[in-house]
Design a binder for this molecule. Structure first.
Ligand code: IPE
Ligand code: IPE
Ligand code: MG
Length: 244
């Protein structure tokens, strides 16, 4: 049986192209992206994944045209209001990961409400990276340690990072065909496996999720060691070889 990753992180890319191919405005692609995320959350829960981290809006996405940025902010606040009651019933614990200052009062209120309503859930931790950048996270962690007068070590940094409440992602998936990290989990993906999908995010379905998990199951995670160290031969096979 394929080993299932405990923590999957996803760069949900390709909404704009999905819409353009249908001669629709880009925001229609983002709306469809919300549908895809709802389906994905259900699918990962059914596969017993424990943590799902999704990239919803990057530090760099502020550079998009103003109407797309405001459309994304409105969609985000609206989707939270609509989806949180069911996510709460489904046992999902929601966390927002990103810079919170600079967000509108409506978005900030939606975030606070979603987090408090789902805080006692434990079936799946859903981290939504919004106004997030991997460099921002590293800098804010270092600044926090400096302000507290604490030493900077890998351990104290990890504890000061925005994803300190979960283990590092086992598998990072990016949809949309691009093979780049785009300032996603720079620190936490140090030893993640990667899966790049040509599917646009609105088309990402259970079949593609299973292909990503299947691919992950075939990898040998060595963490710097040799294959022989992480995958020692079966002792019973060694004995039978010696007897021959
Ligand atoms: C990802 O889809 C969603 C966000 C960045 C908010 P895109 O909007 O980047 O879609 P493409 O890459 O233009 O197709
Ligand atoms: C990454 O996608 C950010 C999100 C999915 C939220 P982008 O579409 O912004 O990435 P680049 O700019 O093409 O690298
Ligand atoms: Mg994109």
């Amino acid at each position: 049986m394929t080993q299932v990753p405990q923590h999957i992180a996803i760069v949900m890319d390709g909404n704009g192209r999905w819409a353009s191919r249908r001669f629709l405005p880009r925001i229609a692609g983002h709306r469809q992206g919300v549908e895809s995320l709802r389906r994905c959350v259900r699918a990962v829960v059914a596969r017993n994944v424990k943590v799902l981290t999704v990239f919803a809006f990057s530090s760099e996405n502020w550079n998009r045209p103003a109407d797309e940025v405001s459309g994304l902010m409105d969609l985000f606040a609206m989707a939270l209001g609509r989806e949180v009651p069911q996510l709460k019933l489904d046992g999902i614990q929601i966390h927002f990961v990103g810079e919170r200052t600079g967000l509108s009062a409506k978005v900030a209120a939606g975030i606070a409400q979603a987090e408090s309503a789902t805080a006692s859930n434990s079936r799946l931790v859903l981290n939504i990276c919004f106004n997030y950048g991997g460099r921002w996270d590293i800098v804010q962690a270092a600044a926090t340690l400096a302000a507290q007068g604490k030493p900077v070590t890998e351990q104290t940094m990890s504890q000061a990072m925005a994803l300190a409440h979960v283990a590092d992602p086992d598998l990072v998936v990016r949809t949309g065909g691009e093979q780049r990290i785009s300032n996603f989990l720079l620190w936490q993906s140090a030893y993640s496996e990667f899966y790049f999908s040509d599917k646009l995010w609105p088309e990402f379905d259970e079949g593609e999720l299973d292909r990503a998990i299947e691919s992950y199951g075939q990898r040998e995670r060595r963490f710097g060691k040799t294959s022989g160290q992480v995958n020692p031969p079966d002792p019973s096979e060694v004995t039978s070889l010696q007897q021959d």
